[in-house]
Design a protein around this ligand. Structure first.
Ligand code: AMP
Length: 554
């Protein structure tokens, strides 16, 4: 099971062929993955409920998990036919995982939706997915979700059954026996709704083969050892929670501890209690754990690696995390459309590669950096769009052929919309998003570059940089900063700081200070929401400094 990297043969252009040293199983399905683990390590603990109350920390061995998922499959098949869509709208729990695995065994398509959705969004998901059934939490953060779905269902002809989550859980043990259907590995296992950093989520169709093979290769490369205990605080409705982690841990015969929702104190408690070895956290979560007073009190010595990803990971955060936890660090990069992950760094990478790159492709994936205008492969080190090709690319966007063909070209390349570069070893750097690029008076500015500079300022806790419309220049650069609590840093200080480190035209000329950002539930900052707040006047700029006007117009 060793992974060899093509580190030995330097590349001559920004194309890295796939590493074929690891095979994939073309016939692998969610049910097959679980059955394989249950046959190989039946008595190992597979799943733990990371409840706040230690008495509620239920656990399942692999044998028990297969039994529970099989019962869930039978309960689903009493109502639905293979191929139909079941929406799950509920916060993280071990029973969510059992439902996911049961749907996989039954050959149903699971459509995980964010429990924070409001009525309009839920209606959109149910209609667009032609859902046959919904399993829905009674309520979530004050929203009576079950009632909302009951109110919507009569007007949506495809919906035949709505189960409140606890009713569903009670029903499972009654599932009758019998043979389960043959499931085709190329069939759609999930409809995933992407994070919404650029607008209303699109449904991404993912097949069994992609979501079952990819996470094994990913978790191996990013540092999971066979049998590790993995603490999962990612939302299960996101590909990072239920695919990369949920299925990856099964593939690697580990123990999956499900955290009900991210709370830094609870995560630190569970790390100690479950003797966790590894986990995936978006950067915002890492920052909150590092800032939490319990970090000094908890025994986190069992943790050997912390993995981050899903959003840009500042180099300084990598260094702080490694020092505070005394652990290894890796960064994984990808998106929903690629079944989760395209590249990762490794625990034995140099500190520079860990902090400054997103690593190399996982096995079985080709990567190229393409010129966004003519599609040609760019020279080594040049910026272009990160594209990937391999077995795990999405089937397409649900009912959106135009968006599908814009993302997935006729040669099978998935265009991520992310900007990056490749070096001669095949290591990638991520430099921004295509649509994020600020074009100020004809000069292209990557917001990411400016954010990185700001993040290194001791008084800046977080910073988001974006373009704001400007009559003369097209766009100018704005920064939305969350200062370190208690700091008195001003826009004037930060302008001077930026100008001492990057070209003058890149230094933000509009400054906004906030206490928190609008984020997706996965913790990603929603730039489009910030843009709306700025355009609508909800965010008030810091007073302009002397001279600032001249910089804008120069
Ligand atoms: P999603 O499909 O919700 O997982 O969002 C995927 C997007 O998140 C990617 O297209 C990137 O823009 C961003 N992203 C994911 N992982 C990373 C990472 N390690 N570093 C920087 N950006 C990332």
């Amino acid at each position: 099971m060793t992974t060899t990297n093509t580190r030995t043969s330097p590349l001559t252009t920004s194309y890295r062929p796939a590493d074929r040293s690891r095979d994939i199983d073309d016939t692998l399905t969610v049910g097959g993955l679980l059955a394989r683990a249950a046959a190989q390590v039946p008595d190992r603990v597979a799943l733990v409920e990371g409840a706040r109350d230690p008495a509620g920390r239920r656990r399942w061995t692999y044998r028990e998990l297969l039994e529970a998922a099989t019962a869930a499959a039978h309960a689903l098949l009493a109502e639905f036919r293979p191929g139909e869509v079941v929406v799950v709208l509920a916060p993280n729990s071990a029973d969510w995982v059992v439902l996911q695995l049961g749907a996989g065994l039954a050959g149903l398509t699971l459509a995980p939706a964010n429990p924070a959705y409001q009525e309009r969004e839920i209606e959109h998901v149910l209609r667009r997915s032609a859902a046959a059934g919904v399993v829905v939490a009674p309520e979530y953060r004050g929203h009576a979700l079950h009632e909302t779905v009951l109110g919507l269902a009569p007007a949506i002809p495809s919906v035949r059954a709505v189960w409140r989550f606890d009713e569903w859980v009670a029903l499972v043990p009654a599932g009758a026996g019998g043979a389960l259907p043959e499931v085709d590995a190329a069939s759609v296992a999930q409809i995933q709704y992407t994070g919404g950093t650029t607008g209303f989520p699109k449904g991404v169709l993912l097949h069994h083969r992609g979501i079952c093979n990819t996470p094994d290769l990913v978790l191996e490369q990013c540092g999971m050892r066979p049998g590790d205990t993995w603490l999962n605080a990612m939302p299960l409705f996101h590909v990072g929670g239920c695919v990369t982690t949920g299925l990856g841990v099964i593939a690697r015969h580990g123990t999956h501890v499900v955290v009900p929702e991210f709370d830094p104190g609870l995560v630190l408690d569970l790390m100690e209690d479950a003797r966790a070895n590894i986990g995936l956290f978006v950067p915002t979560m890492l920052i909150r754990m590092l800032d939490h007073p319990d970090l000094a009190r908890r025994d986190v010595s069992s943790v050997h690696t912390l993995v981050s990803g899903a959003a840009p990971v500042p180099a300084e955060l990598v260094r702080r995390t490694k020092a505070a936890f005394g652990c290894g660090f890796t960064n994984i990069y990808g998106q929903t459309e690629v079944s989760g992950v395209l590249t990762t760094t490794r625990v034995d990478d140099t500190p520079e590669d860990q902090a400054g790159t997103i690593g190399t492709a996982v096995p079985q994936v080709e990567i190229k950096i393409a010129d966004p205008v003519d599609g040609s492969v760019v020279p080594l080190g040049a910026e272009g769009e990160i594209c990937g090709r391999g077995h795990q690319m999405m089937v397409g966007y649900l009912d959106d052929p135009a968006a599908t063909s814009a993302a997935l070209d006729t040669e099978g390349w998935l265009h991520t919309g992310d900007l990056g570069s490749m070096d001669e070893r095949g290591y990638l750097r991520i430099t921004g998003r295509l649509k994020d690029m600020i074009i100020r008076g004809g000069e292209n500015i990557s917001p990411r570059e400016v954010e990185d500079v700001l993040f290194e300022h001791p008084d800046v806790a977080e910073a988001v940089v974006l373009g704001v419309p400007h009559a003369e220049l097209g766009e100018t650069v704005a920064a939305v900063v969350r200062a370190v609590p208690g700091s008195a840093v001003t826009a004037t200080d930060l302008v001077a700081y930026c100008r001492s480190r990057i070209a003058r035209f890149k230094a933000p000329t509009s400054w906004f200070f906030v206490d928190r950002y609008p984020t997706t539930p996965a913790g990603k900052i929603q730039k489009f929401a910030l843009r709306d707040q700025i355009a609508g006047g909800a965010l008030v700029p810091a007073p302009p400094e002397e001279g600032q006007r001249t910089w804008v117009t120069r």
